[in-house]
Design a protein around this ligand. Sequence first.
Ligand code: CA
Length: 232
Amino acid sequence: MPQILLLEDEPAIADTLLYALRSEGFAVTHVQLAREALAAFATQPPDIAILDVGVPDGNGFDVCRAIRKTSELPIVFLTARTEEIDRILGLELGADDYVSKPFSPREVCARVKAILRRTASGRGAEPAAALATSPAAPLRLDEAAQRIACGGDYLALTRYEFLLLATLLRRPGRIFSRAELMELVWAEAPDTLDRTVDAHIKMLRAKLRERGLSAELIQTHRNMGYSLTLSL
Ligand code: CA
């Protein structure tokens, strides 16, 4: 049973979320304060954290940063303000997703399930024996599972890292401009900045290097954009 840490100080929102998540079979620890969230994380690390941005003793961003010092667990933000979304999408926080208030509890459940499905193998929780790769195709897009295979298992990617790499993988060799990538990947987040694309590319390259692949798998084309190389 997946464990969820929920930080939300508004009782009405917390109650509907708790009900929906528990109905889906999740075990949820609910806290209302940032320091309680950190204490709960330290005591029993969850499989995923859902963090409200504004809480009485601080904010979800600080909680996220503290968690990220020791853990890559998936983190979803709950936010009521559009100006917060830019910060969430910016990479410094390492969040996996966000949901804007007002939201339906069902939407939150769907996001949580999608993220857990996408990250489970990447984090080693599930064997991925059937994946064969050749040096010519070090990465393989699994559209059905919304994951990207690398070697014998899956890359652990945030939502936008996945969407970005999947876009490049579908058309190897094709150069995508930043504007195109923003359109294709961040379609639902209209305030995205050029540097958001660059920052995500940087993170993806770091993850590829961690897996023993060349960062040059994703090529930069000066003044044009990015492509997935054909030659590796
Ligand atoms: Ca709040």
